[in-house]
Design a binder for this molecule. Sequence first.
Ligand SMILES: [Zn+2]
Length: 260
Amino acid sequence: MAKQKRIIFFGAHPDDCELRFGGTALRLTQAGHVVKFVSCCNGDKGHQSMTSEGLAARRYAEAQKSKEIAGLAEYQILDIPDCELVASLENRHRIIRIIRAFKPDVVISHRTCDYHADHRAAGQLVQDAAYLVKVPLCCPDTPIPDENPVFACCYDGFTDPRPFRADAVIPIDDVLEKKLQMMDCHVSQFYEWLPWDKGYKDFDVNKIDKRKWLMDNWIVPRNGKIAKTAGISAQYAEAFELTPYGRQVSLEEFSALLNP
Ligand SMILES: [Zn+2]
């Protein structure tokens, strides 16, 4: 087997990793590579009727179920409440230590122009870590890795200040059903909070075709659009943008790192 690759994704909330990177993660783990998900927030605000405490516990369990389906090395959830993630010095050091301990080839997070304050903060924290990961006197308790990782951003649809650039496009047709299974673990989100947030106040999960619901609302508008825009033969894809801050590689090398 070719060299085992190590990829870490920092999402803001439990389910962001699945949505933006789930298919690519599945392809990597199925090929024997090591993938870790981190949710920077504990998910305790994404519900219209549960308590924050009950919700955080429920979402932890949902994430661990998804971890099993994806074959992840770990699905870590930091103990930071939703809607309260900030690019603080303390959080920067936590992110640096997590990256160093995992020794990834690629680190992925959100862009800093994404819609949610927590997504922007997660993106900022990861970008802030990109150079500091290799500064030995910054967090000297955690040794620096031999090689600085490549830093990347995941797809979003925002165009201000500029549209997302699809530097690597990963077809996910052959793992689509498993990606849907991973999303399906997050019952509190896809069948409770997000329908309510979208304005479907009388939404009843028992009266819908769950697969169609996930396809129509998330997979087709995002993964379908990415594949179509890239002009590839696959119907569904995920895309990633190379940032200028970590180790610099060619676009061919970047694609090869994410495409098993
Ligand atoms: Zn999120």
